[in-house]
Design a protein around this ligand. Sequence first.
Ligand SMILES: C[S@@+](CC[C@H](N)C(=O)[O-])C[C@H]1O[C@@H](n2cnc3c(N)ncnc32)[C@H](O)[C@@H]1O
Length: 605
Amino acid sequence: MGRKSKNKQAAPPSLDEFQGKKPVYEVGSKRKRGNTAGTDSKKSKKPVEDFEEELASDEEKEGSEKEVTEAKKSLFDDSEDEMSAAEGDEFYDSDNGDQARFSDDSDDEEALSAANMEAMSMRLDEELEDEEDDAEAELMETNIAQPRANNVLPSAEEEEERNHLAPDVTIIRTRILEIVKVLEDFKNLGEEGRSRSDYTVQLIKDICDYYGYNPYLAEKLFNLFSPSEAIEFFEANEIARPVTIRTNTLKTRRRDLVQALINRGVNLQPIGTWTKVGLQIFDSQVPIGATPEYLAGHYILQAASSFLPVMALAPQEGERVLDMASAPGGKTTHIAALMKNTGCIFANDFSKPRTKSLIANIHRLGCKNTIVCNYDAREFPKVIGGFDRILLDAPCAGTGVISKDPLVKMNRTEKDFIQLPHLQKQLLLSAIDSIDANSKTGGYVVYSTCSVTVEENEMVVDYALRKRPNVKLVETGLEIGKEGFTSYRGKQFNPKLKLTRRYYPHTYNVDGFYVAKFKKVAPSIHDISKAGSKEKEDRARAEEEEEKSLINDDFASFDADQDKEMIEKTKKRQLKKKGINVHAKGAKAAIKKSGSPKEELTKEE
Ligand SMILES: C[S@@+](CC[C@H](N)C(=O)[O-])C[C@H]1O[C@@H](n2cnc3c(N)ncnc32)[C@H](O)[C@@H]1O
């Protein structure tokens, strides 16, 4: 059961209603509009830039013409070149634009335009402040005499009885909120004879039932937060993030793009003061993925959080930069823009199909300093080294982009959180070894993921710091973001991990993300290593064995005896797809002999 099934039943109270607060944002409400991407929802908004004011006054003249209040417009053409990771393969990136849709806005809602956005935004902030004051007062009152929460947890008989019935999501929702309340004040509210873990176990079970997660992932994500923050996180994963675009400064200026899009009936606003190129789209009369400006490469549909790793990388003109896992190129093209098409970018990706969308984006956005390559990035620096800066936007479990790909909720298992971190660690070491420690302008590696788990983030970074003492963590230079963990569930990390940055959907209304920035301070023996991915794999296995961490044996090895049958079947299927008769004379031998048997067959036939 997932949360969607609940919609037909009576609406249960929200967490904020339950706690005496009003929600910070709601789908399709004015509140959501006021909640600019990348702006901490609890803080007041700063004024938008001057040019928006100019545009606003222009727009005022034609205000009524530009009212764009039609409900639910599907804004995007399924543009192939910004292929979503979910479509392509198991890896995630946060720029899955085609998932973004607008929700219905109520008819009586005042249309937001460049002319009134400032006023509306201020009004919303004022309302929010009032609501927060009321909520605080209410909470104070409630705190005076909180009764013990009896019968929050179901008795054994109730459980048994319920096993035969369809789950009632209203009951589950209410219980989730009650348990959160108890856990936040266990001493006073906990029922006698019940432990904290009794409540936690029931809460995680309810989270699985209500939001549709598998128990393993629900617990992993729950453990990242306090109980109430965890529910905010799960709630935020049910809501689409704002639709955002990045101005391609190789082709236009943001103010010109704003004017062009307003003329086409697009309601938009700068994302926040932390980016000079981002725009949030509220509503549009035209498909955002098919405007002439889009086709001319003046912008790219890109999640706001995807700007952050590139901003942290801060590439300079004339540098040599490697984007290790670059498809479909949202970040590569941003790097090219910051470098003003000078220097040289190596845009690498291991997936050949994904390099098609990478190449398409590079062409559309007019990047002229970029070379596309198709290596397993663990092969670096054997392929080429000596870079000034490297971005490793690593393949990850995608736990930061669940609102775009809800399948993550059920599909991610324990195995993923062993295999992916293992790959991420190897890739990060390769990145470090491929940097020129004597670079005059750089010497930096940025590691990022669109996942929020500690295994894929702090643990990977901590591992790299231990294995490569010739690097140190430095400030990311990013204005927003929470500090990385320096300890987690009894595990201590390098204290400098606090320099890394975490992003969550419920705090910044952006996709969940993680960013760490390293500076290489000295060369090391590994820099000249000619080891390829295979040797590195073996070495990493040996090292992890030593450290007694577990790596599943089936990771990266497909030639075990029990796999033989499967390998042959796959080969046959590939041959059939290519139109080759698998029953032809000699086909069997060719299948056995070769990984790419086409040539063999042609010869034999
Ligand atoms: C998070 S996505 C990258 C998104 C990209 N940076 C962007 O902004 O558009 C991760 C990418 O890693 C690639 N990948 C996975 N394993 C790899 C490896 N061993 N070497 C290089 N790339 C790899 C996947 O094909 C995928 O495109």
